[in-house]
Design a protein around this ligand. Structure first.
Ligand code: ADP
Ligand code: MG
Length: 901
């Protein structure tokens, strides 16, 4: 208990005026009640960046003793009368912050407090010295407690809870604290909410919701923080809200106390104000290891401070001592006083630095855990009355205050990272970025549209230029074409005049012959060309129309887009059309080439006075034009150069069958010229022709292709190339499909040419060349038979040569492949070319003894005998004779048959 007691009349030592332990005295003296304990938090709340604070999770704190003020109530009317003859039991020395408690007329004790408030102290002053520093701490993020302790009737409620509705100067700490808080928070970033509770007989009732009459206390096991999640929290925006809330709370308190048959002095009223504030954390400054002068700074972190102001109007302290004597039931009295006595015990334990503080003994001590010995800034106001009749109560109240002054708290800021606000900020930032991205996308789209439009314009321009160039080219072609036709006609007339007397010419010139048909063809081509020109013109008109539509076309909206699409489509159509026209131009030109070629040939025939066949000599399926006109360029050559071999060859792969067949014809004609053959093969013409044969789809194409191949097959190198590229197989397949004798004639001609190559004998036979050749004989057409016979003769000749040279031995492949019956059968064919080829073949076969027996049994001997006697050609006649005479087998047989040659 209080020591260092000063008695009235005894000397007052300046240095020993307070009844506190010496260890604490300096603490008391050095600290002003008003001083703001944590200087680091002394900044304007809200927007100002903080220094890196010791956040809730940190272990550091600022020491802060519980501050205690004593307030004396003035004498009331009753006391003025009853105690009229007595002096007050206390004497205050506010300037010295001392209180003298008179024990009797001659003895007193002096106590020092943090603040001594006389009966004249205004409510404003009381607020400023007791509560304001706590409220400011709460605004800075610390928990705070203001508690009134004292005997009933000494002014606890007066000090804390007066509303001062009529007289604002009478407003108590609750109203003033809230005014201050509301004045300092910012409605945009901060929030204030209030709970108002009553603790009676260890039951917590919600004064804002009377139905909620048993609220439990929840403790965070980690932090030890206490909360009342079941209590009503009312958000406070202005003073009116708060006054209304206090009024409601007070009304409920009265109602609850009536119901419980108690009175407010027997319960504890607890107002909890929750303040939540957003602040910006300080920049995290991390010194660099290498360079002490440079720092990396991170942007400030959003922080949130959640502090709590607890204002406690305790039950009358006299109950601790007097409950029993005032006739209350013992149990009730125990319960009523449990919290208050537990508070006293806790404060004693804390004041004495005891190892055990019985916080858990009551609900009040659990609720005030942070206020005494915790992290809150706490002010206690002890209220006393002046009456000497209550000296005992007054003494115990003063001693309670004295003990509380020894309680040391460790103030700690209630601050944490504001993840919500951080996420909100990031969301805003994200939205900004999205908006920016959208803007940029729009700019990009516009740019793309612009480039598109520009490209479209350029395409139109190129298109225009191309059309112009095409038109010029077309006109040039037309002119050249006209000129060459004119020249041709002149030449023909000249020729006709030259040979006017010739009978053949008369026949040919009477309008039915090939010349007139060429003239007709030329006229036809002219007509086609004119048609093309007309079509071209139409197409150009269309393009111009589309272009002008494009010019009028609005450049925005979906309509514009689809219009552009339409135009692009039309443009693509036009390009296709143009390509087709170009192709057709080439075709026309190559047709012209073909016709010119034929005319050339005709002219040549006429030049030779009609003495030779116009089409196809005996030895070649296509007639060959070998010489040019006295070294001048023939119209064929000129046209050939104009059109270009590559272009013609490209047409071999055209999608249009007509174009293909026409191109093949031109190539075939060109291939008839020895001079062109090499160029055609070099440019890949042979491969293209074989390809066409492979994809054989039409007999017409097959025929002309085979003709072209036959022409190319006149050359030894080409023969090998044809074989290498599987030509014999392709020709065999073509032969098996073809029905037209002219097709078969071409195929047979090609194979016949290949038959004349010594090197290819084996391959030709193994790939079925002989069989294919013999197979074609089924058609019976003399032209075909003639080629078959030529092939067999060629083959027999090569085979005979190989046998003579010792390269080959054994029976003839022709006999093996069953050619002999056909040979014998056609040996005396009416057609002299066939006959002659077979006669030669028989002679070749007969030269080798290995064939003799088969020839005799196959009836070939008779044919040889006939040849030796009747052949119109002397050389063959004598060859047959000689062969027969040289062969012992033939001779023996002839002797047996009594034949002589
Ligand atoms: P408690 O709450 O401690 O029981 P009250 O606050 O109800 O006491 O006060 C009892 C009476 O004393 C009330 O009528 C109140 O107006 C009056 N009173 C208390 N303190 C003062 C004061 N400082 N000045 C004037 N009247 C006071
Ligand atoms: Mg009261």
């Amino acid at each position: 208990m209080a020591c260092n007691v000063y008695r009235n009349g005894t000397g007052l030592h300046k240095g020993a005026m307070r009844p506190l332990a010496a260890s604490n005295s300096s603490n008391v003296k050095s600290s002003s009640f008003k001083s703001r304990i944590p200087p680091s938090s002394n900044h304007s709340p809200g927007s100002a960046p903080l220094r890196r604070s010791k956040s809730a999770g940190g272990s550091d704190g600022v020491p802060g003793r519980v501050r205690v003020a004593v307030r004396l109530r003035p004498r009331n009317a009753e006391e003025s009368v009853a105690d009229a003859d007595f002096a007050d039991c206390v004497e205050l020395q506010p300037e010295l912050k001392r209180l003298k408690l008179r024990k009797n007329n001659w003895d007193s004790e002096t106590y020092e407090f943090d603040e001594v408030l006389t009966e004249f102290a205004s409510q404003k002053r009381v607020y400023e010295v007791v509560a304001k520093p706590v409220v400011e701490s709460v605004l800075d993020g610390y928990n705070g407690t203001v508690m009134a302790y004292g005997q009933t009737g000494t002014g606890k409620t007066f000090t804390l809870g007066r509303l001062g509705e009529e007289d604002t100067s009478a407003r108590g700490i609750m109203v003033r604290s809230m005014e201050e808080i509301l004045a300092n928070v910012s409605p945009e970033t901060d929030s204030v909410s209030v709970s108002y509770l009553q603790l009676y007989m260890e039951t917590i009732q919600d004064l804002l919701d009377p139905a909620n009459d048993n609220i439990s206390i929840v403790e965070d096991p980690k932090t030890g923080d206490v909360s009342l999640p079941g209590a009503t929290h009312v958000e406070i925006r202005d003073e009116q809200d708060f006054m209304e809330l206090l009024r409601t709370g007070e009304a409920h308190r009265i109602a609850a106390n009536t119901k419980l048959n108690t009175e407010s002095s027997r319960s504890h009223a607890i107002l909890m104000v929750h303040v939540k504030r957003s602040v910006l954390g300080a920049e995290d400054v991390i010194p660099s290891e290498t360079d002490k002068s440079s720092h990396f700074a991170k942007p400030p972190k959003p922080l949130v401070r959640k502090s709590k102001l607890v204002l406690v109007d305790l039950a009358g302290s006299e109950r601790v001592h007097k409950s029993g004597s005032e006739g209350h039931m013992l149990e009730e009295a125990k319960s009523i006083n449990l919290s208050l006595s537990a508070l006293g015990k806790c404060i004693n334990a804390l004041a004495e630095n005891s190892a055990h503080v019985p916080v858990r003994d009551s609900k009040l001590t659990r609720l005030l855990r942070d206020s005494f010995g915790g992290t809150a800034r706490t002010s206690l106001i002890v209220t006393i009355g002046p009456s000497p009749r209550h000296r005992g109560e007054t003494t115990s109240t003063i001693l309670f205050g004295q003990r509380a002054m020894k309680v040391e708290n460790m103030l700690r800021i209630k601050e944490e990272f504001d993840y919500k606000s951080l996420s909100r900020k990031l969301e805003i930032q994200l939205d900004k970025l999205i908006a920016e991205n959208e803007r940029q996308q729009k700019v990009f789209d516009d740019e793309v549209e612009r480039i598109n439009l520009e490209a479209l314009n350029r395409v139109s321009e190129v298109e225009r230029n191309f059309a112009d160039a095409l038109e010029k080219e077309r006109l040039k072609c037309q002119m050249e074409y006209m000129e060459s036709v004119k020249k041709l006609e002149e030449k023909m007339i000249e020729n006709q005049q030259k040979h006017g007397c010739d009978g053949f010419m008369k026949d040919k010139c009477n309008g039915e012959g090939p010349v007139s048909s060429i003239v007709e063809d030329v006229a036809e081509v002219k007509k086609l060309l004119l048609k093309e020109i007309h079509m071209r013109k139409e197409a150009e008109d269309k393009v111009n129309k589309l272009r002008s539509q494009l010019g009028q076309c609005p450049d925005s909206g979906e309509g514009g887009g689809s219009e552009i699409l339409k135009l692009q489509k039309a443009l693509a159509d036009e390009v296709r059309q143009k390509k087709k026209l170009e192709e057709e131009m080439i075709i026309l030109r190559s047709q012209m080439l073909q016709l010119t070629f034929e005319a050339d040939q005709m002219r040549r025939c006429l030049g030779r006075n009609g003495s030779a066949n116009a089409y196809g000599g005996l030895d070649s399926p296509m007639s060959q034009v070998r010489d040019s006109l006295n070294g001048h360029k023939t119209p064929v050559a000129a046209l050939f150069e104009q059109v270009g071999l590559q272009k013609i060859l490209a047409l071999l792969e055209s999608e249009d069958a007509n174009v293909r067949i026409h191109a093949v014809k031109v190539v075939a004609n060109l291939a008839a010229e020895e001079a062109n053959q090499e160029r055609i093969v070099e440019a890949g013409g042979l491969t293209s022709l074989l390809m066409l044969l492979r994809s054989y789809e039409d007999e017409n194409i097959g025929r002309v292709v085979a003709g072209a191949i036959a022409n190319l097959a006149m050359n030894e190198t080409n023969q090998e190339l044809i074989m290498i590229q599987g030509g014999i197989n392709l020709l065999s397949v073509t032969a098996s499909r073809a029905e037209d004798p002219q097709s078969l004639r071409m195929v047979a001609g090609a194979i016949a040419n290949l038959c004349g190559n010594d090197k290819l004998q084996t391959k030709l036979r193994s790939e079925g060349g002989i069989k294919a050749l013999l197979g074609m004989a089924r058609c019976g057409h003399p032209d075909v038979l003639s080629q078959v016979a030529r092939g067999i003769a060629n083959f027999a000749k090569c085979e005979s040569r190989a046998s003579t040279n010792g390269i080959k031995s054994g029976r003839s492949v022709l006999i093996n492949d069953g050619a002999l019956p056909w040979i014998v059968q056609n040996a005396n064919n009416d057609s002299s070319p066939i006959r002659r080829h077979i006669e030669l073949a028989l002679c070749h076969l007969a030269q080798h003894e290995v064939n003799a027996k088969d020839m005799i049994s196959g009836g070939a001997l008779w044919e040889l005998v006939r040849i030796s006697r009747d052949c119109s050609r002397e050389d063959i006649r004598s060859l047959a004779r000689r062969t027969l005479n040289l062969s012992p087998i033939f001779r023996a047989e002839m002797r047996r048959l009594r034949i002589e040659v």
